[in-house]
Design a protein around this ligand. Sequence first.
Ligand code: AMP
Length: 404
Amino acid sequence: MKVLVINCGSSSLKYQVFNMAEEEVLAKGEVERIGGKNSKLKHKKINLEKGEEGLGEVLVEEEINNHKEAIKVVVDNLVDINYGVINDLSEIYAVGHRVVHGGEEFSDAVIIDDEVLKALDKCKELAPLHNPPNIAGIEAAGEIFKNSVQVGVFDTAFHQAMDEKSYLYGLPYELYQKYGIRKYGFHGTSHKYVSEKASKIMKKPVEELKLISCHLGNGASIAAIDKGKSVDTSMGFTPLEGLVMGTRTGDLDPAIVPFLIEKEKMDTNDINDLLNKKSGVLGLSGISNDFRDLEKAAIEGNYRAKVALDVFVYRVVKFIGSYIMVLGGVDGLIFTAGVGENSPNVRQKIADYLTFAEVKIDGEKNKIKGETKDISAPDSSCRVLVIPTNEELMIARETKRLCD
Ligand code: AMP
């Protein structure tokens, strides 16, 4: 069975074609600047023997006005005699779409029909920047892949297992009822993927494991996973809550917002911009949101870069500590995403705080970047694992599961 995975942003479309029998990627690519001038498609056919090195790569530069046109250009390349991986569209049994917000409506992936599209429309309000392009992609793919099953896979679905005490804020209950203001959590596809992989590595079913999954990338979140279900997570109503991130504040005293509105004469846009784009380790360091730049600057003695890294690590540690209590212990601590997979330095700094809980990593094993590895010290109370995330594969798996 071949599955096409699509991830639509407001001006971009990323895709991968999977052969699900072997779970191998046949082709992947990205359309950039949809709706603008100089749109561009980078399409890669994977050479299965040579892996990424043997890519047949095509660059298409033409005006691509909307997501439907984007999918058409992608399809042209998927069936191309030299760079294609299918003979015709009917070979794509199903299309799996990443959808950021499923609200309370969707606690699992879903086969898309008219009813689902209506329900998705209702969730738009909760993610006004992300859901509309996701829906545009679903509608466009539906028109082009007329005979393929369309499946929606939600970033929020995995966290729908949380109960009220985790997801309710200390706001009047009526606001939850009226607007759905509650914690939803994000990165669910990634947390689910790495927790399933951890269970394989640990040779124990997820139902017997207490896991803490640290998705540390430019956007970052932590999930407490008990018996394969998310019981708490650091992101909230939006992906702004929780950890200090690349450019996002994470948790802060809400009274800071009215204070800034008054002092700096800020409006809603200014505030959103400040909290989402100008804060986090970028705002703290004044240098970069890229941890490679920060680590370099910190080594060179830059005070603000060092403080930014310290604040980031400290916040991660506080969440890990609270989730150990919430779970009543931990069997596996997982590091994933750009920073979690690639920064031995950040992992070591986090581990340095965890010795009280006897969670220990092996300095030598921790030297790896971007590979799956058990980095626990022999006397660690729990396994510490680095697991590269693969949200596309998880979306493909969920899509296949619903089609089986
Ligand atoms: P993501 O959002 O998961 O793509 O992660 C992006 C982040 O990963 C960026 O902020 C990068 O700084 C970080 N990253 C990637 N490679 C490394 C590395 N070798 N060391 C530290 N951070 C890295």
